[in-house]
Design a protein around this ligand. Structure first.
Ligand SMILES: Nc1ncnc2c1ncn2[C@@H]1O[C@H](COP(=O)(O)OP(=O)(O)OP(=O)(O)O)[C@@H](O)[C@H]1O
Ligand SMILES: [Mg+2]
Length: 233
């Protein structure tokens, strides 16, 4: 599903260059659920932005679902992103003037889904995250956990093969966090490949595999020990 080989990312701020990713390689199979960990500044968000085709890289190759992303630019890249990837951010990134339902409809609107169909689909997705009663509410009228659930519903709008989540529970209390993690688990059980950045070691126990970054490099990539114990292997 995802094949990364020798990825470098260099940020240039005026005359200063900073290498945020150094020779990063990994492969993720369809249907995996992977946690990305590492200290602040280790390159996790940089990695997610590249995986989500939101940012370019400076060396290496990225093959996404059989497509070599290296040569792809502009509209075609946007189309690939739209079709294959759902993104969930720590800060929700909902449009303030639009209702929950409209926020979920937006990616389908960009993808040319007819109005009736996208309304039906958006209602279905809000029901999936348990928010049928909040369709008309604006983001300011929702709690943090509810906002994140709207954002998750939106991320699923174009039926992505991959869901990328960058600290999705970073701003939430432990109850909302549990609800959100349950939703991610259900999404993964439904066959969607999920990659989630997290600071919390105990969140990472929900996933089957943990990739850890330090100073822009992968320092470990292992099957989750806790999971292995639970599975009695
Ligand atoms: N647009 C940018 N321009 C210059 N440097 C950047 C830019 N974005 C990130 N960096 C630098 O790249 C490094 C990695 O940043 P990144 O946001 O990927 O870290 P992170 O692991 O997601 O951290 P956090 O846990 O705090 O979110 C940091 O040193 C950061 O200062
Ligand atoms: Mg980050």
């Amino acid at each position: 599903m995802i094949q990364l080989q020798g990825i470098d990312k260099i940020y240039k701020t005026g005359p200063i260059s900073f290498q945020a990713l150094k020779d990063v390689s990994f492969t993720i199979e369809e249907g995996e659920y992977v946690a990305i960990m590492g200290h602040s500044g280790s390159g996790k968000s940089t990695m997610m932005n590249i995986l989500g085709c939101l940012d370019a890289y400076d060396a290496g190759s990225y093959v996404l679902d059989g497509i070599d992303i290296s040569g792809v630019k502009g509209n075609i890249l946007s189309k690939i992103r739209c079709d294959k990837i759902g993104f969930v951010f720590q800060s929700y990134n909902l449009l303030a003037k639009h209702s929950a339902l409209e926020n979920v409809e937006l990616p389908m609107m960009y993808n040319g889904v007819p109005k009736k169909e996208r309304k039906r689909m958006a209602k279905e997705l809000l029901a999936l995250v348990g928010l049928s009663d909040k369709e008309k509410n604006k983001p300011t009228e929702l709690s943090g956990g509810q906002k994140q659930r709207v954002a998750i519903a939106r991320s699923l709008a174009n039926s992505p093969a991959i869901l990328l989540a960058d600290e999705p529970t970073g701003n939430l209390d432990s109850v909302s966090e549990k609800e959100i993690l349950k939703i991610f688990q259900d999404i993964n059980d439904g066959g969607v490949t999920v990659l989630m950045v997290t600071h919390e070691a105990d969140i990472a126990t929900h996933t089957k595999r943990v990739i850890s970054f330090k100073d822009g490099r992968i320092v470990s990539d292992q099957e989750n020990l806790q999971r292995r114990i639970e599975a009695g292997r």
